[in-house]
Design a protein around this ligand. Structure first.
Ligand SMILES: [Zn+2]
Ligand SMILES: [Zn+2]
Length: 254
């Protein structure tokens, strides 16, 4: 399985993840923070399945443009997956004929732009040769982490989440788990902000890492760019043997 953390900056692209999107095997995406700003329309058109963790803007900002870029006058369209609350927010706050045309309603009257597919927690979904299983995590709004499997290998995208438990129980029951993409949003001195917004600091990241099976790579993501250097120092101080710092536009293979 090939995973790319999509870049969202025109400078220091590897290290500035302003918003979140992950591309798997070129045809499945997790989140759409910058998916619609990435590559050519034809490259975007290869993405047929988009799994949203939640509706926050850093995970959905480019969804309107992705849907526009990939549209063709055929019956084919991308499928946007998420929990019920996420997809309701997407309809109410984005495709509402104010912020952006109601492409959901338009899709009933003309060649479709998108199809929304509600997922239930822990019910696996086959998409683009992958099996994707959503698991509820702990954030300000109902949020999914995703277990993504291709053949014998699996990876976990932890979504935005504060301290959580069910996802790590599932991790221990996931054969062939190779890596977890785990957020580290704020430095330790901003623990109060992290707790108020239900995110992790490096200290809290270390507590989550202890719940993950020990042979699994842990790839740190979702560092608020302004505090990145401080967060990286604090992550390195954890001395986790399999810790990696996520690099945008690098191809990870699992
Ligand atoms: Zn969020
Ligand atoms: Zn976020």
């Amino acid at each position: 399985m090939k995973v790319v953390i999509l870049g969202s900056s025109n400078a220091d692209v590897a290290s500035r993840q302003y918003v979140s999107s992950y591309l798997i095997n070129g045809n499945v995406a997790i989140d759409a923070g910058c998916l619609g700003y990435h590559g050519t329309p034809h490259e975007q058109e290869a993405v047929r399945h988009v799994f949203l963790t939640h509706a926050h803007a850093d995970h959905t900002a480019s969804l309107p443009f992705f849907v526009e870029n990939v549209w063709t006058p055929t019956p084919d369209c991308p499928v946007i997956y998420g929990n019920e609350a996420t997809l309701a927010s997407v309809r109410r706050c984005i495709f509402n004929d104010e912020v952006w045309p109601d492409f959901v309603a338009l899709s009933e009257r003309m060649p479709p732009f998108l199809r929304l597919q509600v997922l239930c927690p822990e019910v696996p979904c086959d998409a683009g040769g992958l099996t994707v299983t959503p698991v509820m995590v702990n954030h300000l709004v109902p949020t999914f982490g995703y277990v993504v499997r291709e053949g014998a290998s699996a990876v976990i995208f932890g979504g935005d989440s504060g301290p959580t438990s069910r996802l790590w129980e599932v991790a221990h029951q996931t054969p062939g788990l190779k890596a977890v993409f785990l957020e580290a949003s704020f430095p330790n001195r901003l623990r109060g902000v992290a707790q108020a917004s239900i995110h992790l600091t490096p200290e809290m990241f270390g507590e989550e890492a202890a719940k993950i099976p020990p042979e699994v790579r842990i790839i740190a993501i979702h560092m608020k760019v302004r505090y990145r250097d401080e967060i990286l120092r604090e992550l390195h101080d954890l001395r986790l043997p399999l810790l990696e710092i996520g690099e945008c536009e690098r191809e990870y293979e699992f």
